[in-house]
Design a protein around this ligand. Sequence first.
Ligand SMILES: *Cc1c(COP(=O)(O)O)cnc(C)c1O
Length: 375
Amino acid sequence: MSQFNNAETIPFVSLSPMHDEMRDEIDEAIKDVIDAEYYIGGKWNKTFCKAFADYLGTDYAIGVGNGLDALLLSLKAAGIGQGDEVILPANTFIATALAVSYAGATPVLVDPILDTYNIDPDQIEDKITDKTKAIMPVHLYGQPAQMDQIMDIASRHNLVVIEDTAQAHGAEYKGKKAGTFGDFGGFSFYPGKNLGALGDGGAVVTRDPEAAKKVAALGNYGSLQKYHHIYLGNNSRLDEMQAAVLTKKLAHLDQWNEDRKRIASRYLNEIKNPAIILPRVIEDADPVWHVFAIRTEHRDQLKAYLEEKGIMTNEHYPVPVHLQECYKDLGYKEGDFPNAEEISRTQLSLPMYYGMTDDQISRVIEALNEFENEA
Ligand SMILES: *Cc1c(COP(=O)(O)O)cnc(C)c1O
C-alpha cells in the first residue's frame, strides 16, 4: 500500500451515494418481487421496459440478460450472421466486437477520432464492402458519436445501424437520446453503468414492432408462445428483481447524470496542465460522462502519482480490439489503427460518480495541476 498523505482515498467509482439515498425504495421493490412470487417476465419487466422506452423517446424496449446480449440479439434480429461484415470502432470494450463474432459475422474496425474517442465517420465508407451489413457506433465514455453523419452513410449504403449505448444512458445528440437514432440501441445495466442494476442486465430498444418481437423471442428460447419455438433462440432475459430495481433507479437517472455533468464541467474548466489533454465535446452533443477520459504522454507516471495521493484511476482500454489475442485471426497488426493505439497508450480515466463532493473534485484537479513529469 502506498502512502495516502493522511487524506481519505477517492475511489475511481462508488455506488453507495446513490444507493444510500434510495435504499428504502430498493428494499421495497425487492420485497415486492419476493412476495409476488414471479421472478422472470412479470409486471416489473413490463413496467421497466415501458418506462425506459418512454424515457428515451422510442417505442419498444426489450429486457435482456446483459449488454453483450443486447448487441448480439439486435444483430440476430437484423438477420446478420455468417459471411457478413459489421463496422465498429477499434477502441471499444471488447463486447462490441464479440457480439459480432458470436453472431457469426466479422468485425471490421475503424480508427476513432483522438480527442472525442468516438468512431471517425470520415473513415467508415472506406471500409464498406459488398459484405457490409451494419455499422455499430459506440457512444464511448457517454459522449454520442456523430450520428447524423453515420445515419447518412448507413442510408446511402443500405446498412443496419446498431448503437452500442452501454455507456450513454440519457446522452443526447441534437436533442435526441443516444440509442434511438439507428435500427437498434443496445444498453447494458452492469452495476457501474450510468443506469446500473444490482447484477447483470441489458435492453434492446427499437421503433420497429416486428424487430421488437423478434428480439424478445430470440432471448426467450426463440418463442413468443410458450412451447412453440420459431427461432433457435437462447435464454437472455431481464429478471424481475433487476427490472424492479431499475424501475426505481430510472427515476433518478437524470439527477445522477446532471451530477456527472457538474463534475465534468469542473474538470474541463479547471484542469490546466500542458501535459494533460482533455476530451473534446462535439457540437450539439450532451454527454453523460460515464467515464471522464484524459490523455497524457506520461500515463503510467501520472497514474502512480495520483495513487500516491489516494486518487484512483483506470484505463479504458489498455489493449485496442485489433491487438487483442482473441482477434489475432482477423490479421490486424500494430500500426493499423494509430489513434486507437495512441488512446490505449495515453488514456486515463478520472474518478467520476454521482455524489463526488466538491472537496474530492478539487483534490483531483489540484493534483493534476501540480503534476510535473520528469520524463
Ligand atoms: C459494458 C459494455 C458492454 C457490455 O455490457 P455487459 O452488460 O457487461 O454485457 C458493451 N459495450 C460497451 C461499450 C460497454 O461499456
